[in-house]
Design a protein around this ligand. Structure first.
Ligand code: HAM
Length: 420
């Protein structure tokens, strides 16, 4: 019979114990990032993965690539248009409005899968995971610093090299529109020289032309108007101040051509890129979205946020050997012997800092020891028929060749386990 395969661009994340594999790094990253978020007193929010499709049309924008080409949307049994969330911000704001919490401040974080129907390649999946932060209710100023502080903490925690945080300011909505008009006016005469993709961008979402990977387009853009001419000096001061404050911790670059692919941004925007990632080099992005809440039917709620692409970030980290000790428990009694299992159960309750790997399958001592070594165990505790009869156990050091294996009473085994 034909085997059913996973869908294109959707990974099974299975940690087989190999620390160089993506799943091991991803799971570790998730745990560490949660701890960092807690250090900033952010509260967790989990929203459903399915939403009304209109939520994303009204927030991310009908003309954006995400809604235009990438959204997974379909009608449910009741003919209602629903979508797998392509990002987390719109859902968070929807939830805050629905709970009538849109008149107060919030510092929130979330983590989970997102879906975009993109052409899969290294670092680009159709199902991927994001960890995000949203700071709601506070106008431009301190939240910008808090946000970059969180980004720097994460980059420093994992000692990432070769990465840059690019920052820009899109001005208020009005400035952004004026700049957009000037850009269209400049690009119109070059329309025929643009490729199909950039021509479409020019029509539907002109700021995205600035993101073009086409060299000819980039040549044309060299003399294009810059956002710098359209924003207030206070916006430029903010960029410089952020750069000055954090440049001893992270590499921060003001990039006036940085625009984001989602419509809801105005004001401060940023992206972190790494030269180690290849074509999909942006592992984190965010910015201010002061109009979004009102646009979704809520109050005016000035807000800023960011999301980390966890698969991309995971590619950048290396896992060190864990300091936690691993002990393999090898039952080599002839028959199924619940008494041996009970000893393992008691050991677990004595020392919660130790990973006790009970080998559940049958097999020879040799095969089990091979597996214990492969699992990077520090010790093997071996119980065979003789040990069971005499109430003893064998402790075999696996990492330190100078230590001999010893046979001990069960009481001594418990004391030993407590002392590791
Ligand atoms: P975004 O830039 O669309 O922003 O996505 C954030 C990050 O998700 C990207 O920098 C990238 O690392 C990762 N990412 C995006 N698409 C893919 C993909 N197909 N495969 C793997 N990773 C991907 C947002 O989603 C905004 N909601 C961020 C935000 C929060 N802005 C304000 N608050």
């Amino acid at each position: 019979m034909d085997k059913i395969k996973s869908l294109t661009g959707m990974l099974d994340l299975y940690d087989d114990g190999d620390k160089t594999n993506l799943p091991a790094k991803l799971f570790y990253l998730e745990k560490k990032i949660r701890d960092i978020f807690k250090g900033y007193k952010l509260n967790e929010i989990r929203t459903p993965i399915l939403e009304d499709t209109n939520l994303f049309i009204r927030s991310v924008g009908r003309a954006s690539d995400i809604v235009n080409k990438e959204i997974y949307s379909f009608n449910d049994r009741n003919d209602k248009g629903i979508a797998l969330r392509p990002e987390g911000t719109a859902s968070v704001i929807r939830a805050i409005i629905e709970k009538k919490l849109d008149q107060s401040n919030h510092k929130l974080w979330y983590m989970g899968p997102m879906w975009r129907y993109e052409r899969p390649q290294k670092g680009r999946y159709r199902q991927f995971n994001q960890a995000g932060v949203e700071i709601l209710g506070i106008p431009e100023g301190m939240p910008e610093f808090e946000m970059i502080s969180i980004v720097c903490s994460i980059i420093s925690e994992f000692k990432l090299q070769n990465c840059t945080i690019k920052i820009n300011h899109l001005g208020a909505q009005k400035n952004k529109e004026l700049f957009c008009n000037a850009l269209v006016k400049y690009l119109e005469p070059f329309k025929e020289s643009l490729d199909e993709k950039d021509r479409q961008r020019l029509e539907k979402n002109p700021l995205r032309v600035l993101d073009s990977k086409n060299n000819e387009t980039q040549d044309i853009l060299r003399d294009a108007p810059s956002i710098k001419e359209f924003i207030d000096s206070s916006s430029i001061d903010l960029l410089k101040s952020i750069q000055n404050n954090f440049s001893d911790i992270c590499n921060i670059e003001i990039d006036y051509s940085l625009v984001r692919g989602l419509d809801y941004y105005s004001g401060f925007v940023f992206e972190a890129v790494s030269s180690e990632l290849g074509a999909q080099d942006s592992f984190l992005g965010g910015g201010r979205y002061d109009q979004l809440c009102a646009k979704l039917g809520g109050k005016d709620l000035p807000s800023i946020g960011m999301a980390i692409g966890l698969e991309r970030f995971a590619e950048l980290i290396e896992l060190k050997d864990s300091l936690v000790k691993v002990v393999s428990f090898l039952n080599v009694t002839g028959n199924l012997e619940p008494k041996a299992y009970k000893i393992a159960h008691q050991l677990r309750s004595l020392n919660k800092n130790i990973i006790l790997d009970v080998h559940l399958s049958e097999g020879s001592l040799k095969a089990k020891l091979r597996k214990a070594n492969k699992n990077n165990s520090d010790y093997a505790i071996i119980i065979g028929d003789d040990e069971l009869k005499n109430n003893t156990a064998v402790i075999k050091p696996l990492k330190n060749e100078l230590e001999e294996q010893i046979t001990v009473s069960l009481d001594d085994l418990y004391s030993f386990f407590k002392s590791i």
